[in-house]
Design a protein around this ligand. Structure first.
Ligand code: AMP
Ligand code: GLY
Length: 408
């Protein structure tokens, strides 16, 4: 986002940022609102564009309401679309948004959930109610797996908590991300994440191992069905419930034989979707954000560049386990072809050296006329970047084209 907004002509500071983002300020946390306010006042900052969900859920937009510093991102009340799976499921139901069947439980009703999971033959998805950085969802394929998921939920969380059991859906997934002023929405290109660690969609869920856009099979028919059954009812719901929602709105969708179904909302850009969507965007993100805040979104259009963008994550070996080693020197970035974009995630400077500092270290993004060109290009270039135990999923942007069967 900092890269795109800078290209759009803004002067950008990033709190806290990282070793690869110019004008980063690692000493300021994104949830320390008084520190952010002092920083903005000292530096003449008039607009805050929020990246992750935590500051939104903690109320950064509410904190600055009424001041002359504008915030792009929903209030705490709007952020609940992402921060509570139970609440967002109820919102979907109230407004007829197409989604999976589900059953809601509190932690004192685990036995009932166990019985339900067995009745459904273990073909369920268990979802913890709160924010869990992508780690609160268990996709199960047997009664044993479902019971183990419920055991894990019980072990991970102390005190009262709520959770959902969902019917397990099948079909390809797609991310539809828009900018909304709460009344209308401008959609960016359809994109696809690769959430599982291993090629062929195997292994544990991660924050996302790579993404590409646009998605060839998301044609006009598919997008129209998504609009009618998911996007439009969501916007009507936001209006009816008088959310003053100005920000990014992310729809995580599965294209099932019964039509598109919403898996989740996020109230931000996705990661790693953002790393391909923003380079693909030809028009100005800054103007789009300002139009949203000014109430002139209706007069804007979003233009996309031609071709395909593919982003692959360079991850630390051991990710997404709870612990794995970091602090390894990163080399080879200066060898990359200038048209490859290298977006840093978990990096920091240590004694004048760039080192790894977490799981998803960086995303490399390549562009090509055809999807296959972009894939080949970015994988070839990725070999130049080295750090100890680097892990790259090998099939980003290479899923077989799905046949979308069923009565849409
Ligand atoms: P969520 O955070 O709710 O999007 O869930 C994370 C991932 O779990 C999704 O990207 C899907 O791959 C999977 N998932 C979530 N809900 C379902 C469902 N009802 N059926 C099948 N897979 C699901
Ligand atoms: N890529 C999915 C997410 O950001 O939640």
């Amino acid at each position: 986002m900092a890269w795109k907004l800078t290209r759009d002509g803004a002067t950008v500071h990033v709190l806290p940022g990282n070793a690869g983002i110019p004008n980063s300020h690692p000493e300021i946390s994104a949830t320390d609102f008084p520190a952010i306010q002092s920083f903005c006042e000292a530096n003449g900052v008039k607009l805050i564009v929020v990246g992750p969900e935590a500051p939104l859920a903690a109320g950064v937009t509410d904190y600055f309401a009424g001041s002359d510093i504008r915030v792009f991102g929903p209030s705490r009340a709007g952020a609940v679309l992402e921060s509570s799976k139970v609440w967002s499921k109820e919102f979907m139901r109230r407004h007829g948004v197409a989604t999976a069947m589900s059953w809601q439980y509190r932690s004192d009703k685990l036995d009932e959930a166990r019985a339900k999971a067995t009745e459904l033959d273990g073909q369920v998805v268990v979802k913890y109610d709160g924010l869990a950085a992508g780690k609160g969802v268990y996709v199960c394929s047997s009664v044993e797996e479902a019971q183990a998921a419920l055991d894990d939920l019980q072990q991970q969380h102390t005190g009262w908590f709520s959770f959902l059991l969902e019917e397990k859906l099948t079909g390809p997934e797609i991310s539809i991300i828009g900018v909304t002023d709460g009344n209308r929405v401008r959609l960016l290109a359809p994109s696809q994440d690769h959430k599982q660690l291993l090629a062929g969609d195997q292994g544990p869920n991660t924050g996302g191992m790579g993404a590409y856009c646009p998605v060839p099979f998301a044609d006009d028919n598919v997008l129209a069905a998504i609009r009618t059954s998911i996007v439009d009812p969501t916007l009507l719901g936001l209006q009816n419930e008088q959310f003053d929602f100005k920000g990014f709105l992310y729809f995580g969708i599965m294209l099932t034989p019964q039509g598109p179904k919403l898996l989740e909302y996020n109230v931000r850009l996705g990661d790693p979707e953002a790393e391909v969507l923003l380079p693909a965007m030809e028009s100005s993100l800054l103007e789009l954000i300002e139009a949203t805040l000014d109430g002139t979104l209706q007069q804007t259009v979003v233009r996309q560049r031609r071709g395909y963008y593919v982003g692959v994550v360079l991850a630390s070996g051991g990710y997404p386990a709870a612990q794995f080693p970091t602090g390894f020197p990163i080399t080879g970035l200066d060898q990359l072809h200038p048209s490859i974009l290298a977006f840093h995630g978990a990096t920091r400077q240590q004694n004048g050296e760039l080192v790894t500092s977490g799981g998803r270290v960086m995303v490399l993004v390549g562009h090509g006329e055809e999807l296959e060109d972009a894939v080949n290009y970015v994988y070839r270039e990725a070999e130049r970047v080295k750090f100890k135990d680097v892990y790259i999923r090998t099939d980003i942007g290479q899923r077989p084209e799905p046949t979308l069967a069923g009565n849409w």
